[in-house]
Design a protein around this ligand. Structure first.
Ligand SMILES: Cc1ncc(COP(=O)(O)O)c(C=O)c1O
Length: 395
């Protein structure tokens, strides 16, 4: 391709039902096209204050330090680890999929010692094993776990793990990238200490922002650090000066102004729907998809009690080429679903029902497209029953 050939980029119109990003709400896209203003403009600063309030509602917290980090979920993850883990400290890291593995990397890069609590991929973290690790490591300072493991579709019991961490004198770091707005997440009730999320999952905003919240206990630990946070950009002592309120707001970095308009709009949509209604809608749409998938004769990887409604991991029928089906869904139906990761590669599909994408139109479209494609590939499925089963589940 030559430079002369390059024109404006127009992406195809897809339906995003993978592990994220999810379909962005049209109101969010429209908000992002509004005029850019200065990031220290008083009008922008008051929008930042609204953003904090909206995020506090989303996280169900009164934590003062509740802000969007100007970078994707991985940066929210790093913000928690680089600020809370000091060299030589022990962190109990629970892993039941890809993202727990990244937490271990973070601990080690901060000079900490990761004590691993492993669970099978596709299962929730076992609180008993967390307690065993805490008993064996009385000097542990933090327990880190993924609330909603997007790589497998399993949900862990954040409330119970947090209570255990407290009992043994530890803070918690919680990955809520996929749970925020999709499934109950109650930061204050469950006494979670450092929680990070992402804009591109159940909030239906564009990728690139990471809402985070820190409890007063976590802030105390950050303020009492013996060593400097090794990342200048993510050092919350500095970021707090920027997000700390209109009077003391000081330049730290140029905020991603238009993406923050988008996040603001996404959070207004969430507030207007109501968090409980949003959780209930995700659960209802999951119920409809599940009924359709099971009527076809397919099964779920994760046991029902540990399953995330917003991320459905479905086993492949015998003799089916996983990637070929996904490619046909994309090319012929403009429908994106996700592949399995790591040990699950080639064995499962991951179907997201996140935020704006969690609606009945998408559920029926996905079931029909999947059925047609599998039938064409001569997969052993039951035909003509999925849509009816999904609709019956909603009645
Ligand atoms: C559970 C979980 N944690 C962390 C991340 C990383 O977020 P990002 O890709 O926005 O950096 C993701 C992204 O899919 C995720 O699902």
């Amino acid at each position: 391709m030559s430079l002369e050939q390059i024109r404006s980029f127009y992406p195809p119109i897809r339906t995003l039902m993978g592990p994220g990003p999810s379909d962005v709400h049209p109101r969010v896209l429209a908000a992002m096209a509004r005029p850019t203003i200065g990031h220290l403009d008083p009008v922008f600063v008051s929008m930042m204050d609204e953003l904090k309030l909206l995020l506090q509602y989303g996280f169900q917290t009164k934590n003062d330090l509740t802000i969007p980090v100007s970078a994707p979920g991985s940066a929210g993850m790093e913000t928690c680890f680089v600020n809370l883990v000091e060299p030589g400290e022990k962190v109990v890291v629970c892993t039941n999929g890809v993202f727990g593995g990244r937490m271990k990397e973070n601990v080690e890069r901060c000079g900490g010692i990761a004590v691993m609590v492993e669970a099978e991929w596709g299962r929730a973290v076992d609180p008993q094993r967390v307690e065993d690790a805490l008993k064996k490591n009385p000097d542990a300072k933090i327990v880190a776990f993924v609330h909603a493991e997007t790589s497998t579709g399993a949900q862990s019991d954040a409330k119970t793990i947090s209570a255990l961490a407290r009992q043994y004198g530890c803070l918690t770091i919680v990955d809520a990238v996929t749970s925020l707005a999709g499934t109950p997440l109650k930061v204050d009730d469950w006494q979670l200490d450092a929680v990070y999320s992402g804009s591109q999952k159940c909030l239906s905003c564009t990728p690139g922002l990471s809402p985070v919240t820190f409890s007063p206990r976590a802030v105390e630990k950050i303020k009492a650090r013996k060593s400097k946070v090794q990342s200048w950009f993510l050092d919350l002592n500095l970021v707090m000066g920027y997000w700390g309120g209109a009077v003391k707001r000081a330049y730290h970095h140029t905020a991603p102004i238009n993406p923050l308009y988008g996040l603001h709009e996404a959070l207004v949509i969430m507030k207007d729907e109501g968090l409980e209604n949003s959780w209930a809608r995700h659960a209802r749409m999951h119920g409809a998809l599940r009924a359709g998938v099971e009527a076809m004769g397919l099964s779920f990887l994760v046991p029902a009690a540990e399953r995330l409604p917003q991320l459905n991991t479905i086993r492949l029928p015998d003799g089916v080429d996983e990637a070929a089906i996904r490619q046909r869904l994309l090319n012929e139906f403009n429908l994106e679903i996700g592949a399995g990761l790591g040990a699950l590669a080639g064995k499962v599909w991951r179907i997201g029902l996140m935020g704006y994408a969690a609606n009945i139109k998408n559920v029926l479209f996905c079931l029909s497209a999947l059925e047609a494609t599998l039938a064409d590939a001569r997969a052993p499925i039951k035909r003509g029953v999925a849509v009816d089963a999904a609709l019956s589940a909603l009645r």
